[in-house]
Design a protein around this ligand. Structure first.
Ligand code: SF4
Ligand code: SF4
Length: 394
């Protein structure tokens, strides 16, 4: 295959009259642009994931295209391990790394409120401060209310320490803000990557396809069904499986909390609920998923080839995974010892961890699932539209 010399792989060109209309690419976006031009000439990885078919519909890559492609990439590593132009080749192609750096830029750029987007860049510190602050808050509140962290056995009655309405107000407010911030952020992202014409409207088939890709994590199969590359050329499906444990564990915990709220306000059934009640069963199953998934992901993360992704984001990735694990561990411990004298302290720790999670949700790793889902939806819409490059050749 005849590829142009590396000097030709420069940011996309535009006439002088067009220059002022094109948003300038930053250094990370310029690097994706360079690599996508190489990949577009090579196309060896076309069947690996959604990124390459989306790439082949373009000859040039605008800032919005690059943001879209970066969030479509699942960082599976397959294209790096297959690449004949990866280092030590002078082209130094490393698509997962280049995409990961741009992904972080997109989280910052589309964050709401905009000044808080900077928290992504210092996520390790943000997470640590939120965690320390939230833990201190709930331990102090327990001390203030009960005068001690060990007020004796309370028969699993959490509301003897924190009234239900107080908790609902605090956590409902923090969660509501997180959902709103993420929704505004991803709407900004969607508007930037999608044309405003009617063709961008999603059909039910496109929504079904994108939902399937999200729920099955289709693009963590490496394109051949054998999974991601993690430490080396060996393929593994464990990254996908541990993501499933984490995602479905989280959803079960959410279902448990929502059901318990329904019990409280609609059915007038007050906690603590029996071990075999639906909220407790859902919460326990979700909690186990949120132990297994994050533990596995953390292990894989530490074993991952450092060339995959962006090492500067390791504190954000690991901090988020660890926080999920600790939330689950403290929740299960609270269930196990809810009738003991340690309940108040365990409750304060669990609430502090959950509050830290809610506060950092819109400015940390959680965002990757939301932005990637939007990119997958755009891909499902786009592939149903005529390819203007092929039309041009007819
Ligand atoms: S990642 Fe490498 S092998 Fe794959 S399409 Fe790009 S240049 Fe070709
Ligand atoms: S790392 Fe995986 S998901 Fe990302 S572009 Fe390469 S093959 Fe596609």
């Amino acid at each position: 295959m005849q590829l142009p010399e590396p000097s030709l792989f420069t940011p996309h060109s535009a006439s002088d009259s067009q220059q002022h209309l094109i948003p300038l690419l930053n250094i990370n976006e310029t690097e994706v642009d360079r690599q996508m031009h190489i990949c577009n000439a090579c196309r060896y990885c076309e069947g690996f994931c959604a990124v390459f078919p989306a790439m082949t519909r373009r000859l040039d890559f605008s800032k919005a295209d690059i943001h879209y492609l970066a969030n479509l990439c699942h960082n599976c590593g397959a294209c790096l391990h297959a690449c004949q132009y990866a280092e030590p080749h002078e082209f130094a192609v490393n698509v997962p790394q280049a995409m990961a750096k741009v992904r972080l830029n997109t989280y910052v750029e589309y964050a709401w409120p905009a000044p808080l987007g900077k928290l992504y860049e210092r996520n390790g510190l943000t997470l640590s401060l939120a965690l320390a602050g939230a833990l201190a808050l709930f331990l102090l509140l327990t001390l203030l209310v009960k005068g001690t962290l060990f007020p004796g056995q309370l028969a699993g009655d959490f509301y003897a320490i924190f009234p239900h309405n107080t908790l609902a107000l605090m956590f409902g407010g923090a969660f509501g803000f997180a959902v709103m911030a993420l929704a505004i952020g991803v709407t900004r992202f969607w508007r930037a990557i999608s044309p405003s014409d009617a063709a961008a409207v999603a059909s039910s088939a496109a929504i079904a396809e994108a939902s399937g890709a999200v729920l099955t994590l289709k693009y963590l199969d490496g394109g051949h069904g054998q999974g991601c590359n993690n430490a080396n050329d060996h393929f593994t499906l464990w990254r996908r499986r541990f993501h499933h444990f984490t995602f479905y564990g989280f959803m079960l915990c959410l279902a448990s909390t929502s059901l318990a709220t329904l019990y409280h306000y609609v059915l007038d059934l007050q906690a603590p609920y029996p071990v075999l009640s639906l909220p407790v069963l859902l919460g326990t199953a979700g909690g186990i998923g949120l132990l297994v998934g994050p533990a596995g992901l953390l292990l894989l993360n530490y074993r991952r080839n450092p060339a995959h992704g962006d090492q500067a984001q390791a504190p954000m990735d690991r901090g988020f995974i660890l926080l999920l694990f600790l939330i689950s561990l403290s929740g299960l411990a609270l269930l196990a010892w809810r009738d003991s004298g340690a309940m108040a302290m365990l409750l304060a720790i669990h609430l502090g961890l959950v509050m830290a999670f809610f506060l950092t949700m819109p400015y940390g790793k959680f965002a990757h699932g939301i932005f990637r889902s939007a990119a997958l939806l755009k891909h499902a819409i786009e592939k149903r539209q005529p390819d203007r490059l092929k039309l041009g050749n007819d």
